[in-house]
Design a protein around this ligand. Structure first.
Ligand SMILES: Cc1ncc(COP(=O)(O)O)c(C=O)c1O
Length: 386
């Protein structure tokens, strides 16, 4: 009997570490959204276009050719070879295929990296606003996220003293994400050099999540991997650029000792990235996505122009998110966001990505028509509270 009762309440088995992972912010938006018919969805973290046909055909070909079994743990040689060339040309690095691990998306890369380096209470420096996974996975693997606020401009070059003051003997790595989810901020060369100098002089690893590196608009993208190869784990992926979020292909480049450890742990967790998708990713690297990116720059302009009068915004230079804060409203941002959602516009409250709740995230990975309707409604809600 005792046994039966325990199984009925299976939640008693959940670990404290797992309980610490909080997804309530996003869930609340999805729950509210369920009640809305035909919402204007500006909450989505993936492109609104589909995988280009040539890349789809390559995936189908791979399946039909019988390329359906496990691949080697670190990913197929031709993909790692081509990727090393591609990244070297794009980012000025000097990688070979042996510095590379193909992961199950960048999510897989983040998890393996943290598993590889974290002992109990080891510290990871994360900049706020942050991509949620960094904080939660650090907690899950027994580490401690040390969060540094980067408001209002989200740059790092002016935060050197503060970053240094947070370093202890437990600090192992600094996480950077450029272009950023949720702000669209692209770190400048000065920002990158600031992180590099701190990391180098304190013997820290840098994990650089560059998943949005193709979505860069009017500025130059600079990767820390080009100046700090021995201390950087560069993470990137195919999810966003080629709209293949469901195919689960990402990659990690970095110092051999870390990559080797990540490969070992991949063997006992993800095993390998999906075989057919690895095969199609080789083709994807030849595919010119510049027209798609151009259209996203136009969407960025449209959203920024549409919101800038009523909201404080750092104009996004990359990714497909904007992170505005309503100017002088009479209610909390939480209430503002709830009202937008009940009016049919799905956006995500800032506290999902931050210790603050002063902003919201809007994804412009949507059709122009959806963006237009969304801007109009958000400004209408603003007027109700201003
Ligand atoms: C900053 C950032 N990193 C990593 C990921 C994970 O992407 P994936 O696992 O699909 O490669 C995302 C997805 O939203 C992201 O925004």
């Amino acid at each position: 009997m005792e046994f039966m009762r325990r199984i009925e309440d299976a939640s008693i088995f959940i670990s404290e570490k797992s309980k610490k992972v909080d997804s309530s912010g996003i869930r609340k938006v999805f729950d509210l959204a369920q009640k809305i018919e035909d919402p204007i969805n500006l909450s989505i973290g993936q492109p609104d276009f589909d995988v280009p046909n040539d890349i789809k055909k390559e995936a189908i070909k791979a399946i039909e050719m019988g390329f359906n079994k496990y691949t080697i743990t670190q990913g197929i040689d031709p993909l790692r070879e081509k990727l090393a060339d591609f990244i070297n040309k794009k980012k000025g690095t000097k990688y070979t295929k042996d510095d590379c691990l193909i992961t199950s998306g960048v999510s897989g890369g983040i998890a393996l990296f943290l598993m590889s380096i974290l002992d109990e209470d080891d510290e990871i420096i994360i900049f706020d606003p942050y991509f949620v996974m960094y904080k939660h996975l650090t907690n899950l693997f027994g580490g401690k996220p040390v969060i540094i606020d980067t408001y209002p401009n989200f740059s790092l070059s002016d935060k050197k003293r503060e970053i240094e003051s947070k370093i202890t003997e437990k600090t192992k790595a600094i996480v950077i994400n450029s272009p950023s989810n949720p702000t669209g901020k692209v770190l400048s060369k000065e920002d990158i050099f600031t992180v590099y100098e701190i990391a180098k002089s304190n013997n820290l690893l840098v994990v650089s999540d560059e998943i949005y590196d193709e979505f860069v608009y009017d500025v130059e993208f600079f990767s820390i991997a080009s100046i700090y190869p021995d201390g950087t784990v560069l993470l990137g992926g195919f999810s966003k650029t080629y709209a293949m979020t469901g195919w689960r292909v990402g990659y990690a480049f970095g110092p051999y000792a870390i990559i080797k450890e990540m490969i070992k742990l991949q063997q006992y967790t993800f095993v390998c990235a999906p075989s057919f998708a690895q095969y199609a990713s080789i083709k994807a690297l030849d595919y010119d996505m510049s027209e798609y990116i151009k259209s996203y720059k136009m969407k960025r302009d449209m959203v920024f122009e549409g919101l800038k009068d009523n909201f404080d915004i750092v104009k996004p230079e990359g990714a497909f998110y904007i992170f505005p804060s309503p100017k002088g409203i009479s209610v909390s941002v939480e209430e503002f966001v709830n009202k937008c959602i009940s009016e049919g516009v799905l956006i995500i409250p800032g506290n999902v990505f931050s210790e603050r709740n002063t902003h919201f995230r809007l994804s412009f990975a949507a059709s122009d028509k959806t963006i237009e309707k969304g801007i109009e409604k958000i400004n209408k809600v603003y007027k109700m509270f201003h």
